[in-house]
Ligand binder design. Structure first.
Ligand code: MTE
Ligand code: MO
Length: 512
């Protein structure tokens, strides 16, 4: 308990100090962020596969659990060897400080202060509590003459003092921690600034998407993904909070005229709307990390041309406020596709989790090679000169979206009545487009699914298929898509690493 209470006091103090230096510098967040960066790719893939978007709470839970165990151990050691406690907490603090400074987004040397303070507070607390514990029989016997003959009474009194001190430490630490979090959230809150963003109307407004893009089969996901349901994948343990009034974007590197834009500058650009399907390279066959939205933003190619891209450059690297780096083939950005610096999705300013105030979008590429959230810096460079974050971890440096299709209706292991069964789903080959979707049952002949209206190659395409004469029993339905270049989705299953999953999605249903 002494060890645990000291750890809570330490972390509480760290959270309080983080009010001054930012949520990302709190000891556990700093250590967790460093852990994310250091996690080997196979382990990261396992975590994403197993925990999905809960990977962050699982990681934090793991860190808290490990710390609790080590803190308890430190407490046990501390009552035997007085210096062991401070040694363990000092090491904790040092680790946190190193982690905070090693973050690519680390703003200043002050970032390590929360962890150093946590280390000091933890060391001091464990020293004091362990001392109390040692004084226990002596102090009590001093108050009670003749206590030598009453060992139980002295034990109870002394224990109570230690218990009270430990409980008080725990409470104070927890309050400091909670208070620190609340104050930090309030101090760095940008939701008011986000609400205040007035989005200019684009010179050319896109018409609403026709209803015919959706096959209107109950249970099929909507064509446009509501912002609240849009998948989120990033390495940010705490969301970067950027006030648009402080935001700038630097465009530099192999350019003739480096640019520096404020958020107001960006909003004064002629804005464009883009309907587009974004997907994640980590999406398994049939997985959920894909969504469709109407972006609003400034044309990225126009800004790059204004900066004057020099010959020889072949990579565009986006940097986020939290230090993520994402590289896109420059040739593709400039080949006429609708690459944007997006400020809004589905008519509202970007949600904090999706990159507020600005992110890049380049149709045809997975998020990890095109869609930098919390974007603050664009560097025109070469593939030879720089490997971005995920490329350094072995992922494919191009990240072209592979053709994918999934069955959404019926749900896996759904019980459906015999006869006619509605099958429906979604397919995408972003920027190439989907030309056909085929379905087969129990390995039988492939049948053409009916494609809903085509809204353009940068969007997914939803499809439906009426399976007639379904007989009672267990059946397997499979799907495969053909992209607009005529390439049929390959059957061979490949894991997401290193260039995106391949293989046909299938689902098992029980016909009753
Ligand atoms: N700053 C930052 N941007 C990022 C990432 C990240 O970890 N940090 N992840 C990328 C990945 S892997 C994907 S798939 C998309 C996901 O965008 P979303 O969370 O808005 O769906 O963001 C990309 N942009
Ligand atoms: Mo991703």
């Amino acid at each position: 308990m002494i060890g645990l209470a000291s750890a809570v006091a330490a972390l509480g103090a760290g959270e309080l100090v983080a009010c001054a230096t930012g949520a990302g510098t709190a000891p556990v967040i700093a250590v967790g962020s460093a852990a994310i960066d250091l996690t080997p790719t196979p382990l990261k893939e396992y975590a994403v596969r197993t925990f999905g978007t809960h990977d962050k709470p699982v990681l934090l839970g793991g860190i808290y659990l490990t710390m609790a165990l080590l803190a308890a151990l430190a407490g046990l050691l501390a009552v035997r060897r007085p210096l062991a406690g401070p040694a363990v907490f000092g090491a904790f603090g040092g680790l946190g400080a190193w982690a905070a400074l090693s973050r690519p987004g680390a703003a200043a040397a002050a970032d390590c202060v929360p962890s150093l303070v946590a280390g000091l507070v933890g060391s001091a607390t464990v020293l004091v509590l362990a001392r109390l514990w040692h004084r226990r029989p002596l102090a009590a016997s001093g108050q009670l003459p003749g206590s030598v003959s009453l060992p139980e009474a002295t034990e109870v009194t002394g224990r109570r003092t230690v218990l009270t001190a430990t409980a008080a430490t725990l409470t104070a630490g927890a309050l400091a921690g909670i208070g620190g979090r609340v104050l930090t959230d309030r101090r760095y809150d940008v939701s008011a600034a986000r609400d205040a963003v007035r989005l200019p109307a684009p010179p050319e407004q896109l018409p609403p998407l026709p209803a015919a893009v959706h096959p209107n089969v109950p249970g099929l996901s909507p064509f446009t993904t509501p912002n609240a349901d849009f998948y989120r994948v990033d390495t940010a343990l705490t969301l970067p909070r950027i006030d648009p009034r402080d935001w700038t974007l630097r465009i530099h590197g192999l350019v003739d005229r480096p640019q520096l834009l404020t958020f107001d500058d960006l909003l004064r650009e002629p804005l464009e709307e883009l309907d587009h399907t974004l997907s994640c390279v980590s999406n398994e066959v049939g997985g959920p990390y894909v969504g469709t939205t109407r972006w609003l933003g400034a044309a990225l190619p126009a800004l790059l041309r204004r900066a004057g891209v020099r010959s020889g450059a072949d990579q565009l690297v986006g940097r986020s406020q939290d230090g993520m780096t994402i590289g896109t083939p420059l040739e593709s950005v400039l080949d006429g596709r609708r690459a944007l610096l997006a400020v809004a999705m589905n008519g509202e300013a970007l949600p904090l989790a999706h990159g507020f105030p600005c992110r890049s979008v380049v149709p045809g590429f997975y998020g990890y090679t095109s869609a930098t959230k919390w974007l603050v810096d664009l560097e025109v460079t070469t593939f030879a000169a720089f490997d971005p974050y995920w490329v350094r971890r072995g992922w494919d440096r191009t990240g072209t979206v592979r053709t994918a299709s999934r069955i959404e209706v019926p749900a896996p292991f759904a019980k459906v009545p015999a006869g006619d069964v509605d099958v429906a789903g979604t397919a995408w080959a972003t920027h190439r487009g989907i030309a056909a979707v085929e379905v087969r049952v129990d390995g039988g002949p492939w049948r053409q699914a009916e494609l809903a209206a085509d809204a353009g190659p940068d969007l997914w395409r939803q499809w439906s298929y009426l399976w007639t004469g379904a007989t009672p029993g267990t059946h397997r339905i499979e799907v495969r898509a053909t992209d607009a270049t005529g390439a049929v989705q390959p059957e061979r299953r490949a894991a997401p690493f290193p260039a995106g999953a391949t293989g046909w999605h299938s689902t098992v249903v029980i016909v009753t």
